[in-house]
Design a protein around this ligand. Structure first.
Ligand SMILES: Nc1ncnc2c1ncn2[C@@H]1O[C@H](COP(=O)(O)OP(=O)(O)O)[C@@H](O)[C@H]1O
Ligand SMILES: [Mg+2]
Length: 601
C-alpha cells in the first residue's frame, strides 16, 4: 500500500469499526471490514475469524470471500486450519504455492484448493497477549505473489486492525448491554405500571419524590406530577388524626432500616382510605441515608371488612345473650305454666271441702258454746241433787272422769287452733288461685303505680313498721295500662319479703322512674341478702327459706307470672349481708293481644 493512501484507508477502517450498523447487522460490517482489508492489500480473497471465548480454543469465521459455501458462520478448530495455526503460534505467515506441501502445515485439513495455491498472508489478531482471532488474505496464482515487505507492513497494520476489531467487539457488547438495560428498564416499568400497589421513593431529608408509579394516581386521587412538584403534598394527604403518628416514625425507619405502618389518607374527593406502607431505608457507603423506598397497599376494603366483622361479631354476641335470656325466661314460664295448671286443679279440688270445713267449724263452735251453756245450767242445779245420793255420785263420777274443767278450756283452744289452721289453708288456696289466675277478675285499666304502691304500703304497714323505715324516691312516671290489683299483690309480696329479710332494723327504699315507653319500680332492702345458690330458685313456686307456716314460697312465683302477663320483666340483684333489690319494668302500653298471649298461663 502506498504511504499516501495508508492514512485515509486507516481512517475508513476506524469508521467501519464505529458503524452504527454493527449492532443490527454485525456480519455485514465485518464483511465490509474484511473487504476493506482485502482491497488495502491488493488481495483477491480473504477470511476473518474471531475467537469465541477468551481462551480462544475455538474460532468462528465471521467474514470471508472466495470460501466454500456456508463457511462463514462455521467454527474453526484451531488445530485444523491455517487461521488456527497462525493464532496458536502467534506469528504471521506467508505462503507461496501449495500449503499442503509445506511441512509446517502437513497436519492441517485445509479448506480448498484455492487456499493451497497462489499466495497467502496470515496474521494473528492480538492485543497485548490476548488473542482475538486471525486474518488471512490470498492472491490468485496468476498474479504476482505477496512480498515479505507486504507481510511486514501487514504486521504493523494488523495491530491496528486488532484495535478496530476489539473496538468493534466492545462496541457490540456495549450496545448489547445498553439494549439489555433498556429492555430491563422497560420490563420494570411495565411491572411497576401494572401494579395496584404504590411504589415510591423519596429523599430522606427533603422528602422530594424520586419515583412514583401510576398506581399512586388511583389510590391518592392525585397526579404523579403533583407529587413531583410539591414535596410536602404526601404528608398533607395523611389523615389529620394519623399525621402525628406517621410523622414520628421517621427515627424508627432510620434506626431499623425497615418499617411497616398503617394510616389513613384523604383524597381530594373526600374519600378516606387506609394504606399499609412497607418502608425501606437505603444507606450510602458511609451509612448516611440516601433514599426511602416504599410499597404502599390500599387496605381500605379489608379494613372495612374487618370492622364489619367485628360489628357483626358484637351483634351476634348480643343476640346470643338475648337468646339465653329469653331461653331462661321461657324455661321459667314453662315451669310456671305447668305448675299453674296443677295449682289451679288442686285449688279447685280443695276449695269446696275447705269451704264447708271452715263454715262447719264456725257452726261447731256455736253449738259447743251452747252445749257448755246447758252444762253450766246443769252444774248450777247440781246441789239440788244432794238428797239423791246415788244420782249425785254418778254425776260426780262422770264429771271427774271427763275432767270437764280441762275439757272446757281445751275445746276452746282446739277450736281456735283449727280455725287458724283452716284460715291459713284458705289463704294458701287463695294464693294458688291467684297464682293460676283462676277466677280473678281481669280489667285492664290506666293506673298510677304510685297510688297502688302507697295503698299497698298502708295494708302491709303493720308487718313493716317494726322492722324498717320506708323511703320513697318517686320519679315522674306516666299512668300505665295494667291490672292494678294484681300489681298491688306484687308490691305487697316484695315489701313483705323485704321486711322479712331485715333481721333487726333497716331501710326499705322504693324508687320509680321511666324510660323508653317503660316504667320501672325498684324495691331495695338492707336485709340479709340472698345466697347465690338460692338466687336462681327464688322464683320457683314453693321455694322458701322461711320456717314452715311462715312462708308459702308462692309470693315471688305469683309476682313473676303477674309481671309476665303485663309483658314486663322482674330482676333481682342481691349481696349476702348487704341487701337485695328487686327491679320491675312494665310497658306503658300493652301490645295488641295476639293469639299466643292468651295461651300464657
Ligand atoms: N328481699 C328479700 N331478701 C332476702 N331473701 C328474699 C327476699 N325476697 C325473697 N327472698 C327469698 O326468696 C324466697 C321466696 O320468696 P317468696 O316466693 O316470696 O316466698 P316466701 O316469702 O313465702 O318464702 C324467700 O323464702 C327468701 O328466701
Ligand atoms: Mg314472700
Amino acid at each position: 500500500m502506498e504511504k499516501e493512501t495508508q492514512l485515509p484507508w486507516l481512517y475508513e477502517l476506524y469508521l467501519l469499526g464505529q458503524s452504527q450498523l454493527l449492532r443490527e447487522t454485525p456480519a455485514i460490517v465485518q464483511q465490509q471490514i474484511l473487504q476493506h482489508i482485502i482491497r488495502g492489500f491488493g488481495a483477491d480473497t480473504g477470511s476473518l475469524a474471531l475467537c469465541d471465548t477468551e481462551d480462544c480454543f475455538e474460532m468462528t469465521i465471521v467474514a470471508g470471500t472466495g470460501l466454500p459455501e456456508n463457511t462463514v458462520g462455521s467454527s474453526v478448530k484451531c488445530e485444523e486450519s491455517l487461521l488456527g495455526w497462525v493464532m496458536r503460534h502467534g506469528e504471521p505467515v506467508m505462503l507461496v504455492g501449495d500449503a499442503a506441501k509445506d511441512a509446517r502445515f502437513s497436519n492441517l485439513k485445509l479448506h480448498s484448493h484455492k487456499e493451497r495455491v497462489g499466495c497467502s498472508m496470515c496474521w494473528p489478531l492480538k492485543l497485548e497477549k490476548r488473542m482475538l482471532g486471525a486474518l488471512c488474505v490470498n492472491r490468485a496464482e496468476i498474479r504476482a505473489p505477496f512480498t515479505h515487505a507486504d507481510l511486514e507492513q501487514g504486521t504493523l497494520l494488523v495491530n491496528l486492525i486488532s484495535i478496530v476489531i476489539e473496538n468493534m467487539k466492545l462496541h457490540i457488547a456495549q450496545q448489547e448491554a445498553h439494549r439489555l438495560a433498556l429492555q430491563s428498564r422497560e420490563h420494570l416499568e411495565q411491572i411497576l405500571s401494572a401494579l395496584d400497589n404504590v411504589v415510591w421513593s423519596i429523599t430522606p431529608d427533603t422528602f422530594e419524590t424520586l419515583f412514583l408509579n401510576p398506581a399512586a394516581e388511583n389510590v391518592y386521587g392525585r397526579s404523579i406530577a403533583e407529587f413531583m412538584a410539591d414535596s410536602n403534598l404526601w404528608f398533607q394527604t395523611v389523615h389529620p388524626d394519623d399525621r402525628k403518628r406517621v410523622g414520628q416514625c421517621m427515627p424508627e425507619i432510620l434506626e431499623k432500616g425497615v418499617l411497616d405502618i398503617e394510616y389513613r389518607i384523604m383524597r381530594p374527593d373526600g374519600e378516606v382510605r387506609w394504606i399499609h406502607d412497607h418502608i425501606h431505608a437505603i444507606f450510602g457507603e458511609n451509612g448516611e441515608p440516601v433514599s426511602l423506598n416504599g410499597l404502599g397497599t390500599d387496605i381500605t376494603q379489608s379494613r372495612e371488612a374487618e370492622i364489619k366483622l367485628k360489628k357483626s361479631h358484637a351483634e351476634l354476641q348480643e343476640a346470643y345473650a338475648k337468646l339465653q335470656d329469653i331461653q331462661s325466661q321461657l324455661l321459667q314460664s314453662e315451669k310456671m305454666a305447668s305448675i299453674g295448671q296443677l295449682a289451679a286443679g288442686v285449688a279447685h279440688e280443695i276449695n269446696n271441702p275447705i269451704g264447708y270445713v271452715y263454715s262447719n267449724l264456725g257452726s261447731l263452735q256455736k253449738y259447743l258454746d251452747e252445749v257448755f251453756v246447758v252444762l253450766d245450767v246443769y252444774e248450777k242445779f247440781e246441789p239440788l241433787l244432794a238428797s239423791h245420793a246415788e244420782a249425785i255420785n254418778v254425776v260426780r263420777a262422770v264429771k271427774r272422769k271427763a275432767d270437764l274443767g280441762f275439757l272446757r278450756e281445751d275445746v276452746a283452744a282446739l277450736m281456735g287452733e283449727s280455725r287458724e289452721g283452716i284460715t291459713r289453708v284458705k289463704k294458701i288456696v287463695q294464693d294458688l288461685k291467684d297464682f293460676s289466675h283462676v277466677g280473678s277478675e281481669e280489667e285492664w285499666q290506666q293506673a298510677d303505680l304510685h297510688q297502688g304502691i302507697d295503698s299497698t304500703l298502708n295494708i302491709v304497714n303493720n308487718e313493716i313498721k317494726y322492722k324498717a323505715e320506708v323511703k320513697k324516691e318517686y320519679g315522674d312516671i306516666p299512668d300505665i295500662e295494667c291490672l292494678p290489683p294484681q300489681l298491688n299483690q306484687v308490691f305487697m309480696n316484695l315489701l313483705v319479703n323485704a321486711a322479712h329479710a331485715i333481721e333487726d332494723r333497716g331501710t326499705i327504699l322504693i324508687r320509680t322512674g321511666s324510660a323508653n315507653e317503660m316504667v320501672w319500680v325498684e324495691v331495695s332492702d338492707t336485709g340479709k341478702g340472698i345466697s347465690p345458690e338460692n338466687l336462681s330458685r327464688i322464683f320457683d313456686p314453693f321455694f322458701t327459706t322461711k320456717p314452715v307456716g311462715t312462708g308459702t314460697g308462692l309470693g315471688l312465683s305469683v309476682s313473676y307470672s303477674i309481671i309476665q302477663k303485663h309483658h314486663g320483666s322482674i330482676n333481682v340483684a342481691s349481696e349476702v349481708g348487704k341487701g337485695t333489690t328487686f327491679r320491675i319494668a312494665l310497658p306503658v302500653k300493652q301490645p295488641e293481644p295476639g293469639p299466643e298471649t292468651k295461651t300464657m298461663l
